[in-house]
Design a protein around this ligand. Structure first.
Ligand code: SAM
Length: 295
């Protein structure tokens, strides 16, 4: 696949994960190939929803868009194809390792930390940030949403998406599902210092705190039909968790559980729970926001 080949040219790319406060993106040391494939599969599972929502919000020819944490870049590429030469897509990532997969005329690649990189005020029609907020320190999430809001045009829209692993997957789970459920809940517990895998269902409240209006959201789970990309996505997650948790004794699952789950993944009827939410910058907000603070 040409996009996959393209990113291989990005070897030796810079990464700011040891940036200003030492905060580290937890997958920064995954191999390029494994991380690219994981993100590509993720895109195949979730892009449809973001595309539908962004289209409903009016993303079209001439729109200005910001893709926060583009990763393998599928959404930035889609946006660039839609906005055309009269539009613009800024793609900001803390790592430039997959920037070669974003070599398109209307994509402006920027290496930076979304918590601190300079953002133009009132410039974007649409901002999309999928699976990024969970990786920020908890105290930084609302301030980031606030600065993103100020960079939207009045009436502009934000779309965010993060995992919601803390919810029950099925009312009557079978054995494989109980194992998968334990794995997901374990991920919340084990990685809470680096990332919040239960953020998904709290996204609407975060958006309200960040000053957005007309907020909404859905909570959804994908169905791992036989041979589907969802099943392809689940197996590497088990391997990834096994590697990232090696040597830990405080886990709600054992290595034997993971072995068993790997062999029974086809019995899981639901997988990968996510919260998907949106909001707008108030239409009349623009000037107040940009004015100097009152004396
Ligand atoms: C889990 S990936 C998601 C990629 C893509 N949005 C998707 O849904 O497939 C998270 C992405 O956010 C980037 N990232 C993590 N922390 C960041 C930060 N503080 N500022 C900008 N980008 C960040 C990572 O480098 C990575 O590309």
């Amino acid at each position: 696949m040409h996009i996959r080949a393209a990113y291989l040219q990005g070897r030796h790319a810079r990464c700011l994960t040891d940036g200003m406060d030492g905060h580290k993106y937890m997958f920064a040391s995954e191999s390029d190939a494994a991380e690219f494939d994981r993100l590509e599969n993720q895109s195949l599972i979730h892009d449809w929803l973001a595309i539908g929502r962004a289209s409903a919000f009016g993303l079209g020819v001439g729109s200005t868009c910001l893709e926060v944490g583009p990763g393998a870049g599928s959404m930035a590429r889609w946006m660039a194809g839609v906005v055309g030469p009269s539009g613009r897509v800024d793609a900001i990532d803390i790592s430039e390792r997959f920037f070669p997969a974003l070599q398109l005329p209307h994509i402006n690649k920027r290496l930076g930390d979304i918590r601190s990189i300079e953002l133009e005020e009132s410039i974007y029609d649409i901002i999309h940030a999928r699976l990024v907020l969970l990786h920020l320190p908890q105290a930084d999430r609302v301030p980031v949403l606030e600065r993103l809001r100020r960079s939207l045009k009045p009436g502009g829209s934000i779309i965010v998406c993060d995992p919601g692993h803390d919810q029950r997957l099925s009312l009557e789970p079978n054995e494989a599902e109980i194992l998968w459920d334990r794995l997901l809940k374990g991920i919340v517990q084990v990685f809470i210092e680096q990332a919040d895998y239960s953020l998904g269902t709290r996204l609407p409240e975060l958006l309200v705190e960040g000053g957005y209006v007309e907020t909404g959201g859905v909570y959804y789970m994908t169905l791992p039909t036989p041979g589907s990309v969802v099943q392809d996505y689940m197996i590497p997650i088990i391997d990834l968790v096994r590697r990232l948790t090696a040597g830990r004794t405080d886990l709600p699952f054992s290595n034997e559980d993971l072995d068993q789950l790997s062999g029974r993944i086809a019995e899981c009827r639901v997988a990968v729970p996510l919260g998907f939410a949106w909001g707008r910058r108030g239409p009349a907000e623009g000037q107040d926001d940009l004015a100097a603070p009152a004396e």
